[in-house]
Ligand binder design. Structure first.
Ligand code: AMP
Length: 142
């Protein structure tokens, strides 16, 4: 067994967090190093590293909490919009190996850019084979 992540220690009450929503299966708390006021993490209590590892019913619970919280947080901090995202895997920037959804309030002119700006420096894809990729994804779903 690997060591518990910091999120499991928050779930177990071992270390403090500003918990803003808790259900039987999901917990949400403020990010300790917020990108914006109200930056929140929504976390399944059961430890799963990647989105692909989360049982479908549990992923539904997680996104249900995201759906409830995003507008409430936006209203509470008087934000203009919200960015919702997952760093799903190390290459995507995941640091804590326990799946979590970031809810980041956004403000007019905050300079943060869109989700596209995250990958802007990577330069996109020349001559993308959209049809072939769509076929490969359909095959992977089978
Ligand atoms: P990620 O790069 O998606 O794995 O993001 C991990 C997030 O966890 C970062 O935004 C951190 O600021 C946040 N974080 C790390 N430790 C804590 C903590 N003790 N309480 C709340 N948030 C934390």
């Amino acid at each position: 067994m690997s060591d518990p992540t910091i999120f499991e220690r928050i779930i177990d009450g071992e270390i403090p967090a500003e918990i803003i929503r808790e259900t039987d299966d999901v917990i949400a708390f403020l990010d300790a190093n917020p990108l914006a006021p109200g930056h929140t993490l929504v976390v399944p209590k059961e430890a799963h590293e990647r989105l692909r590892d989360v049982p479908p019913a549990l992923s539904g619970e997680v996104f249900g909490v995201v759906r409830d919280l995003a507008p409430a947080i936006e209203d509470a901090v008087e934000a203009d919009a919200t960015t919702v995202g997952i760093n799903d895997g190390r290459a995507a920037g995941q640091e804590i190996e326990h799946l979590h959804v970031h809810i980041v309030p956004r403000f007019d002119g905050d300079g943060g850019g869109s989700l596209h700006s995250v990958m802007g420096a990577a330069g996109g894809v020349d001559d993308p084979d959209l049809g072939g990729i769509a076929d490969d994804i359909a095959a992977a779903l089978e």
